[in-house]
Structures are given as structure tokens and as C-alpha cells.
Design a protein. Structure first.
Length: 152
């Protein structure tokens, strides 16, 4: 029988490691390519910073010219902020309710008035819709016939 402690099978190959698992050349090539790419990106970023920094407006401490200072002082105002949305909504609804529930002038020159919506609906039920006529303005001045009352 063979000796289990035989050295012929347990000896490592010459060189001390598996040469087929890892080769140094691709690793070194990758490291060099990675270094070159990172350096290239850094150079590109520095160039872009200089490119855009040259296009920035002058800092405020540089002192604007008299023509510019007038434009700066009369610049746009800040927009009004809505501090209490619910109060603004209630105010808007109260204004709208006042318009649809009260009488008033829309245009005095044209003789146009505003009447409450409820009253306008009552008048519409009483008088009916105006019927356009082809005869002329005389027949348009006549009131339309009353519609029959009752449920439809």
C-alpha cells in the first residue's frame, strides 16, 4: 500500500503559486489606464471651472457703474406672498357672494346692471327666454310669451 504521507503528491509546483490564475500585465495596464482617465477628467473639470468663471457677473464689491446702479435699484419687486390661504379664500368667496346676491351697476354708460342670480332665475321663469325674430328690432322689443307653468 502506499504511504499516506507521501511527498510526491503534496509538493507545490515550482514557483510557489498558480501561474494560470493571475497575470500581472492586465492588472498593471488597467491601473495605468484608470490613472490616465482620472487625470484627464480632473484636467477637464479644471478647464470647465475656468471657462464658466470667466462668464460670471462681476462681484458686488466691484462697484456698479451709475447706469447699472439705477437699474439695480429699480429692479423687480418681490412677489406678494400668501400668508393666510384660508382667510384669502374666505375673503374671495365673500366678495363673489356679494356680487351674485346684490344689485349694482356693471356699466352706467351702457346702462348695464347686475341683479341677484335668484331674481334673474325668477324673471326667466316668469318671462321665458327671449325669442330672436327675423322681422326686425320692433318685434324684439315685445316680451316673449309666458311659458306654461308646471313640471316637465
Amino acid at each position: 500500500m502506499s504511504d499516506p504521507h507521501s511527498r510526491s503528491e503534496a509538493q507545490p509546483p515550482a514557483g510557489g503559486y498558480e501561474k494560470s490564475d493571475l497575470t500581472v500585465k492586465p492588472v498593471v495596464t488597467f491601473a495605468i489606464v484608470l490613472t490616465v482617465v482620472v487625470a484627464g477628467v480632473l484636467v477637464l473639470i479644471l478647464w470647465m471651472l475656468g471657462f464658466f468663471a470667466a462668464r460670471l457677473p462681476a462681484p458686488p464689491g466691484a462697484g456698479p457703474t451709475p447706469a447699472k446702479s439705477a437699474a439695480v435699484r429699480s429692479g423687480p419687486k418681490e412677489p406678494p406672498l400668501q400668508m393666510d390661504a384660508m382667510r384669502n379664500l374666505w375673503s374671495m368667496r365673500a366678495t363673489e357672494d356679494a356680487l351674485v346676491t346684490s344689485y349694482g351697476w356693471v356699466s352706467r354708460e351702457a346702462g348695464t346692471v347686475r341683479i341677484p342670480v335668484d331674481r334673474a332665475m325668477e324673471l326667466l321663469v316668469e318671462r321665458g327666454l327671449p325669442v330672436p325674430s327675423k322681422a326686425g328690432p320692433e318685434s324684439a322689443a315685445k316680451p316673449a310669451a309666458k311659458p306654461a307653468r308646471g313640471r316637465r
